[in-house]
Design a protein around this ligand. Sequence first.
Ligand SMILES: O=C(O)CCC(=O)C(=O)O
Length: 315
Amino acid sequence: MHRQKTRIAARVTRAARTFEYRGIIATYRLHDRLLRNQVARRRFQRSSPGLDEVQQRVLEALRTEGYALLPFSELLPDPSLWEALEQEGGRFGTETAEGLGKEAAGEASGLRRTGKDFVVRRDAYGSTIRPDDPWLRIVADRRLLDVANAYLQLWSKIEYVDLWYTPPQPADAERRASQRWHRDYDDRYLLKVFVYLTDVDQETGPFEYVPRSQPGGAYDELWPWHPMSESYPPQEELTAKIGDSVKTFTGPKGTMILCNTSGFHRGGFVTGKPRVLATATYCSPASLAALTERNFQLASGGNGSVDPVVRYALG
Ligand SMILES: O=C(O)CCC(=O)C(=O)O
């Protein structure tokens, strides 16, 4: 009887989940094809930004390979932006290392680890970010935002803004969660930016990507992206299909990676020194309406930018 009841309950839960998934997918498609993304596309077409040579190069690489790699200062030459970010990364890194020390001693640390327990996040979900936060200012800077909008061909939304600290894994650890190959289901129109705030070598958990696995790329039919898709394919099967077509992003502090993570990627499997990076996600309005949730709100009075493109991205 109990077993039967459990089976019925499981079936009902499954049916409810399928129903909910279908609803989410339908909402996403509606906003993509007819509602919010159409508005965002029209706004972009009416005010399409002029890009300089560096931005054009980044855009071209994103379109063909699914990623672009360059020093932070090449895209954002204002030295005050880098200085402020580097300082914030240093502060976050030091405080996190202290917090981890407290945890090891059995004391409370207040460190944030939502979702992936192997990453300590500065902001996680539900945080309040000040408009003068160094990383937020960079993410909302028109030099970067214009690239994101030109790549996505619409006025994009800033969905996620954070700093991550990834400590070394225990010697016997296996890759888990985003340390394994996966596609992000957040959006078909997705651009993530990572800036290394420590030097990253093979032991520091470099970000890795399968070039041309983004939608429209040569590998997009391998366990293809669709809304709410299962993120993780069988790892050995994927590896057999892609062979050595993997880009591993080792690089010095200040390395910037832009990437459509609807394509296959993994990273953060640290076996040596801790990795500190800044990360942010640009997505379409349809994604925020159906598939994803913004991880932050702006401190009061925060979205007072006079620039409509920035106001839209943060609105
Ligand atoms: O930590 C990393 O390098 C991987 C991050 C990742 O998988 C993601 O942001 O989707």
